[in-house]
Design a protein around this ligand. Structure first.
Ligand SMILES: [Zn+2]
Length: 74
């Protein structure tokens, strides 16, 4: 099983809109991250459940992948 916490996700800086990557664990624990571009501190918040949505999407993707693999190795 994949450890979802180790998955890297793209986030946009709310200030400069710079796209950078954080790890799922950071988002889930609502850690503070620094924008590598404008250096502001971003408090990760999951209030719009975007991370949960991503996790759900990833789970769906993994399930699809499993199905494909099962078909492959039949
Ligand atoms: Zn920024």
């Amino acid at each position: 099983m994949f450890d979802l916490d180790e998955i890297w996700i793209d986030v946009n800086c709310p200030k400069c809109n710079y796209l950078f990557e954080i790890q799922m664990i950071d988002a889930r624990l609502e850690k503070k991250v620094y924008c590598p571009n404008c250096k502001i501190t971003i408090k990760l918040q999951d209030k719009d459940a975007s991370v949960h949505t991503s996790v759900k999407d990833i789970n769906n993707a993994l399930q699809e992948l499993n199905k494909s693999l099962n078909n492959l190795f039949k």
